[in-house]
Ligand binder design. Structure first.
Ligand code: FAD
Length: 465
């Protein structure tokens, strides 16, 4: 027998967009149903942010111990023997974290009195949804729909996933550390995973069509990452095209127009992500599109009344925290609050070695005579030295309007700088000026003193340089 539900809010997708929307809707007392076909947590928790950062952490720890062993000791620490890695235990540890967090999401949804339906949602019109569950069919006719179906990895037509050709999901659950890994795509996902496997002992090559890695950042920011990759023995084929599988690897055309085969046990394709718009009846909902994405306005309203869309489904930047912020906002709008999605910036973090964090304007995006740039290197920061984090040329850089010192952008590259994400976002969101940062006492000894000093430098009177 078909069960029939008529909630106020139906959320499709249990990723960081959808589950946050559902929790907030539940907190606001709205009768809410969330449909998810997989475990709760979405791309972020199951096959994205969390598992990748877990493996990056384990790889970094292993690499530190290995380097210490190879050097015959570092900082006075010696290891009796070279470390070894029991990869199945690493994967089990990572999977354990995912289990705990996914279970935590289920608990939070229960606490917010959200009903979770386990199955694939299909719409027959904008307000009619059918879910086939293990216990039978559920028909849902909500007043509001929040679409948060997320995204999936893009495949290259001439290198479809299968065999040795894999996407990021498979890379995060490989049964073995590949001896030779070729990464196609030098964006943040490819480089995070490539760096982790390089630290685990894989021989890694990166093939990137553009002339630089991480092309969304400027060369000053990416140079420390490039240097680290080269030092780690990662081969960078920039301005190169992947042509297809050949022999025991990947055939590429180099920037110089030469063809060569990069031997590979695994070929990891990280050339981008596409919104998940197939297989759930989007065509029945009369939604206007924005290229491949669902078009929304600044309230995340689609072109169909009371149908909202959030997260990766609605475009760049495809980031978990942006999906969550939109989800929270839409729940509040449905509950009658006046909200708009108009952040002053969305901070982005790249968990390579060293890390990159950035928000707002880059120097190249502004007229150089209209801004001041404050730049402070980590090799002049005491805490960075105590953490062995001063090498490779890390720094904090602040871009401020010359006229009023308003901070337009702020970036950093260096070890552990992902921890600056909150401070950077707050500075931009609160419309801080250089004097605000200069007048804020930053604790000593911390990496954050470099943020203070970068602002002082912008004002023309840095102390420690
Ligand atoms: C390897 C990797 C690393 C990443 N690292 C970071 C990072 O460090 N920081 C960051 O901010 N972002 C990161 N991201 C991006 C981040 O994961 C996404 O931006 C985020 O998950 C998007 O959230 P979402 O809720 O829009 O969609 P998703 O998380 O993709 O969730 C969508 C959910 O909807 C479900 N679904 C879809 N259609 C249906 C249907 N018809 N019926 C039922 N269920 C359905 C899916 O099963 C899925 O669980 C990473 C991504 C990858 C792949």
């Amino acid at each position: 027998m078909t069960e029939i539900l008529s909630p106020k809010v139906l959320v499709i997708g249990g990723g960081p967009g959808g589950y946050v929307a559902a929790i907030r809707a539940g907190q606001l007392g709205l009768n809410t149903v969330l449909v998810e076909s997989d475990r709760l947590g979405g791309t972020c928790l199951l096959r994205g942010c969390i598992p990748s950062k877990a493996l990056i952490h384990a790889a970094a720890l292993y690499d530190e111990v290995r380097a210490t062993s190879e050097a015959g000791g570092r900082f006075g620490i010696r290891t009796a023997a070279a470390p070894s890695i029991e990869w199945s235990e690493t994967i089990a540890w990572k999977d354990g974290l995912v289990d705990v967090l996914s279970g935590g999401v289920a608990t939070l949804l229960r606490k917010a009195k959200v009903r979770v339906v386990d199955g694939w949602a299909r719409f027959t019109d904008a307000k009619s949804c059918i879910v086939q569950t293990a216990k039978g069919e559920i028909a849902i006719s909500p007043e509001h729909v929040i679409l948060a179906t997320g995204s999936s990895s893009l495949e290259l037509p001439f290198l479809p996933f299968g065999g040795k050709v894999i996407g990021s999901t498979k890379a995060l659950s490989l049964q073995e550390v590949p001896e030779r890994l070729v990464v196609v795509g030098g964006g943040y996902i490819g480089l995070e995973l490539g760096s982790a496997f390089a630290r685990l002992g894989s021989q890694v090559s990166v093939v990137e069509a553009q002339a630089r890695i991480l092309p969304q950042y400027d060369a000053e920011l990416t140079d420390p990452v490039r240097k680290w990759l080269e030092r780690q023995g990662v081969a960078l084929h920039l301005g190169a095209k992947a042509l297809g599988a050949a022999g025991d690897g990947l055939e590429i055309e180099t920037a110089a127009g030469e063809r060569m085969v990069l031997p590979a046990d695994r070929i990891l394709i990280t050339v981008g992500r596409q919104p998940l718009t197939q297989g759930w009846g989007i065509e029945t909902m009369a939604l206007a599109m924005n290229g491949p994405f669902v078009r929304v306005d600044d309230r995340c309203a689609t072109s169909t009344q009371n149908v909202w869309a959030i997260g990766d489904l609605v475009g760049e930047p495809m980031l978990a925290h942006r999906a969550s912020a939109q989800g929270e906002m839409v729940a509040e709008i449905i509950a009658g609050k006046r909200r708009r999605f108009d952040p002053a910036g969305v901070v982005a973090v790249c968990f390579t070695e060293p890390e990159i964090v950035s928000i707002g304007a880059f120097p190249a995006e502004v007229q150089s005579d209209e801004v001041v740039i404050g730049h402070f290197p980590f090799n002049a920061n005491g805490r960075a030295l105590t953490m062995d984090a001063a090498g490779l040329g890390g720094f904090v850089r602040v871009v401020a309007r010359k006229a009023d010192h308003r901070i337009l952008g702020i970036q950093a590259v260096g070890r552990h700088v992902s921890e600056f994400a909150g401070e950077f976002a707050a500075l931009i969101e609160l419309g801080a000026v250089l004097e605000d940062v200069a007048g804020t006492i930053h604790a000593h000894p911390t990496l954050g003193e470099a943020v203070h000093e970068a602002a002082l430098k912008g004002l023309g009177h840095a102390i420690h340089i």
